[in-house]
Design a protein around this ligand. Structure first.
Ligand code: GAR
Length: 186
């Protein structure tokens, strides 16, 4: 059974979907979520994780000058097989990425070849795209530049607002991320 840690920064809906799949869905018997970590101590997702029976931990990236060093030491102590980023809105330090090479996975709400960084759905909305792609990829030292594990197309031609795009996309993310993780965890 693989040991995974999930890193979040906010709402944590992808984290919740993954944990549900670990507890009673397609990821059952594939991995154990040893911790949900956040760089924001008040992240909504931490409360959700606690309610789901998980161990949580946070280091305030805003307050800790040596945030990256502390996070690196913490992750080394946990010795996870995989680090799953689920709405973790900070760039991981190169040292961490190198140490856990091909062990860090991220979900991005756009095609990483076309849009990197924040606000992937806003980018699709502003550019009036009729379809966009959600990408699951390994994390390397660049910004959303790591090897793509898989992508899924989302038809947003009928969406009138950014909220509609986000709702449709997130619903797909919640299923797709666990499917991709299952392939990797095998
Ligand atoms: C998700 O849409 C995820 O793809 C995106 O942030 C949202 C987090 O939602 N990630 C990125 O934009 C990373 N560049 P959640 O906290 O409810 O899972």
């Amino acid at each position: 059974m693989k040991k995974v840690v999930i890193l979040i920064s906010g709402r944590g809906s992808n984290m919740k979907a993954i944990v549900e799949n670990v507890q009673k869905g397609i990821l059952q018997n594939y991995c154990e979520v040893v911790e949900v970590f956040s760089n924001k101590p008040d992240a909504e997702g931490l409360g959700i994780a606690t309610k789901m029976g998980l161990k949580t931990f946070s280091i305030a990236s805003r307050k800790e000058k040596n945030y990256n060093g502390l996070l690196f030491e913490h992750l080394k102590e946990i010795t996870p097989d995989f680090i799953i980023l689920a709405g973790y809105m900070k760039i991981l330090d190169a040292k961490i990425v190198k140490y856990f090479e091909r062990k860090i996975i991220n979900i991005h709400p756009a095609d990483t070849k076309l849009h990197q960084g924040l606000n992937g759905y806003k980018w699709a909305f502003r550019n009036k795209l009729s379809k966009t792609k959600i990408t699951v990829h390994f994390v390397d030292e660049g910004l959303d530049s790591g090897e793509i594990i898989d992508q899924i197309e989302v038809d947003i031609s009928n969406c009138q607002t950014l909220i509609e795009i986000e709702c449709k996309g997130l619903k797909i993310e919640h299923k797709f991320y666990s499917e991709c993780l299952k392939k990797i965890l095998k």
